[in-house]
Design a protein around this ligand. Structure first.
Ligand code: ADP
Length: 615
């Protein structure tokens, strides 16, 4: 899984802000939550810093309690207890305010980032997904942003993050002020130096942990792809092979993880070493000061409280620094993806400016000198100067052997990709300049293997018309035209039956639901990839019949697999090596001596599936 930062052209010219700064800026958009949260954190830390002083006073009191009058002693004890209890309460209340407000701010900003990233990526054509890698995009939107959120949440606890920084700072100052010149080399120099070393190791550990997570993303995409393709694995008896393949990926994870585990061990042990050295030094310094009568037991107890505070917070800070290094790598990866996605989509939006009024399109389509290469294979020209004219209401069939470029022509018309050069127009307007939502209303694609989303059958059909009310009448009418109504009514909950990938709905039924979904928006132009022999005969007849019905009065670009539809096409285009090498009516092409189409028809079994009527 490639999660290396991506570089867009705009990045190169205008050096965007550091990703961590960008995220912090977006976090500070929640200042209404953050300002009170930070104030609460400061008060919480200050009350935590006061606790050792109060604790020291209790110890001092206990040292002289035996010599006090019992009633006066009890009264003083109650006073100490109340003050200590007050400090505990303030600290707990401030912690509650800080954690709940800051967690809300983190939730909101990571949610915004997730929505933005999803929105910006979805606006791009398929070329962006091919180039960037689907699993890379999926990983960023799901796992990487979640990991940013979780890591930040974890660092809200008392002895981590902001609060730990404040408490370490105050604890060091107070410890130096208690122990004076004897304590300065320990609390002013040794402890900060050891903590910095431990922090640096922690940050290295964070970067390595990010690499492990990146590799883990590869495991996730491998496993989810294989589970999706379970039937193929079973059909080829490839279970053992797949387990071995996973083993090889896990070897890669282990290699990176080995370095990380070593560094994790170093982080833990340096952090321990810092803690033990601090403890030992404080006992020595404290002992020497007590021996020279320069430190009371009360102040020693107070110092003990600060040293414990220091230890907890320094250990917590080393985790925070580990996390911050990991966080900064994750943010770098997320923002670089966002920048590339933005540069792609703003380009498309820029081109589409100004045509937002929805004209009444007739459905005339023109390909003029269209050249195309897939962005992921820039060196291979797949379409070499395509010129096609589809008159309104005409059906044009693309034929030719596999790999010629038929699906690519359909993909360009459905705007999955933009042509490398040349123009495709709808009623004379370049399709790239039509806003995507306007264009989507004019055009429908019915694929061989359509995807339905989780939800009811009704929702899946109404998906074709999201901005208008696709009421039950419209949905049922579309289902009837698509030969889907009858079988839907036989399902346990009719139109309210939930569809999910494990549903007991056949391929043909799924296809008819998809046809109904295309029909609800009444498109002017239809792109059809005819089903091959994957369906049983009855199902195929129903699908075919539905397709014939929906093609009427629409401009249709058809990737043809069967003779009956080719025969009824107004124009047949024979596509080979990215060029239209022959075109004309069915009879005209069939009568051509040495014609490509004629040759194809003569070897019909290569092209038309066995269930189609014979030529
Ligand atoms: P047909 O539909 O006639 O079988 P296609 O349009 O699917 O042909 O393919 C035309 C050429 O484009 C083939 O060489 C194929 O390998 C290549 N191709 C198809 N899809 C992609 C893709 N997503 N990325 C790179 N090359 C592709």
């Amino acid at each position: 899984l490639n999660t290396a930062p991506l570089r867009s052209e705009s990045d190169a010219s205008r050096q965007p802000l550091n990703p961590t700064v960008r995220f912090l800026k977006s976090l500070f958009a929640e200042w209404r939550l953050l300002v009170p949260a930070i104030i609460a954190a400061l008060f919480g830390s200050l009350s935590a810093v006061c606790i050792p002083v109060l604790y020291g006073r209790v110890v001092g009191f206990l040292a002289r309690a035996a010599s006090l009058d019992p009633v006066a002693g009890r009264l003083e004890l109650v006073g100490h207890t109340i003050r200590l209890f007050g400090a505990f309460m303030i600290e707990s209340a401030m912690t509650f305010i800080f954690v709940s407000l800051a967690a809300r701010a983190i939730d909101r900003s990571t949610r915004r980032l997730r929505e933005r990233l999803f929105d910006k990526t979805l606006r791009n054509d398929v070329g962006f997904f091919d180039e960037t890698g689907r699993s890379r995009i999926e990983h960023s939107i799901t796992r990487e942003i979640k990991s940013v959120r979780d890591t930040m949440m974890m660092n809200l606890s008392k002895d981590r993050g902001l609060r730990a920084i404040v408490e370490v700072f105050f604890s060091l100052i107070v410890s130096v002020s208690i122990t004076g010149t004897l304590g300065f080399p320990v609390f002013g120099l040794l402890v900060p130096i050891l903590s910095t070393t431990s922090a640096r190791i922690g940050m290295r550990n964070g970067r390595l942990a990010f690499n492990v997570e990146k590799k883990e993303g590869g495991v996730q995409s491998f496993v989810s792809e294989r589970i999706r393709g379970l039937r193929t694995i079973k059909a080829f008896g490839a279970e053992k092979r797949e387990s071995q393949a996973l083993g090889r990926i896990l070897d890669g994870v282990e290699q990176v993880s080995k370095k990380s585990t070593l560094s994790r061990g170093m982080t833990e042990s340096t952090s321990r070493f810092t803690i033990y050295t601090t403890m030992l030094s404080y006992l020595m310094v404290g002992g020497l000061l007590i021996c020279s009568r320069s430190l009371s037991y009360e102040m020693f107890a107070c110092l003990t409280g600060y040293v414990w505070n220091l230890n907890f917070c320094m250990a917590g800070l080393s985790f925070t620094l580990t996390d911050s290094a990991k966080l900064s790598k994750s943010l770098e990866s997320i923002y670089s993806l966002l920048d590339v996605a933005k540069s792609y989509s703003s380009d498309a939006e820029h081109k589409a400016n100004g045509t937002s009024v929805l004209p009444a399109y007739n459905g005339e389509v023109q390909f003029s000198n269209v050249y195309f290469n897939y962005p992921s294979r820039p060196d291979v020209m797949v379409l070499n100067g395509i010129n096609i004219s589809l008159k309104p209401g005409q059906m044009v069939a693309l034929v030719g052997s596999s790999g010629g470029g038929k699906s690519t022509i359909a993909a360009l018309l459905s705007r999955m990709y933009a042509a490398t050069s040349g123009r495709i127009t709808l009623d004379g307007t370049d399709i790239q300049s039509i806003p995507p939502e306007v264009y989507a209303k004019q055009i429908s694609v019915v694929e061989q293997d359509p995807i339905l989303f989780q939800g009811t059958i009704r929702d899946n059909i109404a998906y074709g018309r999201p901005d208008e009310l696709a009421d039950d009448d419209v949905v049922i009418q579309a289902a009837k035209e698509a030969n889907a109504h009858e079988f839907i009514m036989k399902l346990p909950d009719g139109y309210n039956t939930m569809w999910n990938p494990g549903s007991n709905i056949s391929g043909g039924q799924r296809q008819r639901i998809a046809i109904a979904r295309s029909l609800v928006k009444s498109p002017r132009v239809l792109i059809l990839d005819e089903a091959t022999s994957a369906l049983d005969q009855e199902s195929e007849r129903l699908v075919q019949n539905a397709l014939e019905r929906i093609m009427q009065n629409r401009t249709v670009l058809l990737i043809a697999h069967r003779l009956s539809t080719v025969q009824s096409a107004n124009l047949i285009l024979f596509v080979r090596d990215g060029e239209v090498v022959e075109q004309g009516g069915y009879k005209e092409l069939l009568s051509k001596e040495n014609g490509h189409f004629r040759a194809l028809v003569n070897s019909a079994s290569n092209y038309v599936d066995c269930t189609a009527p014979p030529f």
